[in-house]
Ligand binder design. Structure first.
Ligand code: 13P
Ligand code: SF4
Length: 347
């Protein structure tokens, strides 16, 4: 039963004591995040993980790239565990290292030494290592503006991976017109949506997206505004350009949480991000009116793979002395992805 699962998870945590830390991403289900010692967005959790030097085991309730980042920043002897190895991220999977290496050859042949690669942290450790090796860095949705500003101080052009929407939305807000952006399509090996002269291009956007945030539409915004003109539309910058332009506010997971926390009682919100977070905000702020932007549920299916049976299974395996689902990034990849992450942290 659910009670039995909760009881056994709590008992295992008590037995493992300071040897164990459980991290939970904001998109996790309520019944899982309740057992997390710390909750946060991907960057905050990676940083917290790195500070937990006394913990032998870190169970990361999130998705694969987040656990890889935690392993990159953790001490060598610490063990990072992902309760379900199938908890990947469809966006991170859209930038395959071989495709990126191939693209880089074409891009540098065309643009010479004028391009710096920047990857959203929602990418594999191999991609982070690639950008580290080529003078680039990582960014999160919280610091994308600062990181892109830094990157443009280094080079005229940015290759932005893997989320075209975060790249386009951020660059546009910084004053780069759409005419100076192109999409790199890994399948076709060609630049798409070329509106201006290729010589003027500043942003090369990898053709990746988040399957959850791509579901929000301008029609949903128009419909809700018609029903209630006072509603505030708040969306994540992984949503497409048209949705972000039609919204009142856009920002990272951290921004969304802070925006709601700072609002007056009675404020009405329609939020375009993962449903678990929106439902939790609605529970935590009952004096505000909070709803999901879409009428259909938008769960991140991979985040939702982490459930209590998987969490308990990993805890049991630690107690049996044979921890399952360890996330181990190889030493060379760790070295270069750390170079990329450290450049971001310095910015
Ligand atoms: P954060 O970096 O805000 O945690 O977002 C991660 C994510 O997967 C958003 O879709
Ligand atoms: Fe990946 Fe989107 Fe899920 Fe975030 S919400 S983990 S970007 S699939």
């Amino acid at each position: 039963s659910d009670e039995e699962l909760d009881r056994r998870i709590s008992a295992a945590k008590a037995q493992l004591g300071d040897d164990l830390v459980i991290l939970g991403h904001h998109y996790q289900r309520d019944d899982v995040i309740r057992h997390a010692d710390f909750r946060g967005d991907s960057l905050k959790l990676a940083r917290i993980g790195a500070e937990q030097r006394d913990a032998k085991y870190i169970i990361f309730c999130g998705v694969h790239f987040m656990a890889e980042t935690a392993d990159t920043l953790a001490a060598d002897e610490q063990i990072i565990i992902l309760p379900d190895l199938k908890a990947g991220c469809s966006m991170a999977d859209m930038a395959d290292i071989e495709d990126v290496e191939e693209a880089w050859e074409v891009i540098t042949e065309k643009f010479g030494d004028t391009v710096i690669p920047v990857t959203y942290v929602n990418s594999t450790a191999a991609i982070k290592a690639f950008v580290g090796k080529h003078g680039g860095t990582t960014c999160t949705s919280s610091n994308a503006h600062q990181v892109l500003k830094w990157a443009f101080e280094q080079k005229k052009r940015i290759l932005f991976l893997p989320d075209q929407h975060l790249g386009r939305n951020t660059a546009f807000e910084m004053g780069i017109p759409l005419e100076e952006m192109v999409i790199w399509s890994p399948g076709s090996g060609e630049f798409e949506q070329q509106k201006g002269d290729l010589e003027d291009v500043r942003m090369i956007l990898w053709k990746g997206h988040c399957s959850v945030h791509q579901k929000f539409t301008v029609e949903q915004i128009d419909r809700l505004r018609k029903l209630d003109p006072e509603i505030n539309i708040l969306v994540h910058p992984e949503c497409c350009f048209e949705v972000v332009q039609a919204s009142d506010y856009n920002g990272s997971t951290d921004y969304i949480i802070k925006k709601v926390a700072a609002a007056a009682p009675g404020t009405k919100w329609a939020i375009g991000t993962e449903v678990n977070l929106v439902q939790r905000l609605a529970q935590e702020y009952p004096d505000q009116q909070i709803q999901l932007l879409s009428t259909t549920m938008c769960p991140c299916l991979t985040m939702n793979r982490i459930d209590r049976p998987h969490l308990l299974w990993t805890l049991d395996s630690i107690m049996d002395g044979n921890p399952v689902n360890q996330i181990e990034v190889d030493a060379d990849t760790i070295y270069w992805s750390k170079v990329a992450l450290d450049r971001m942290l310095a910015v």
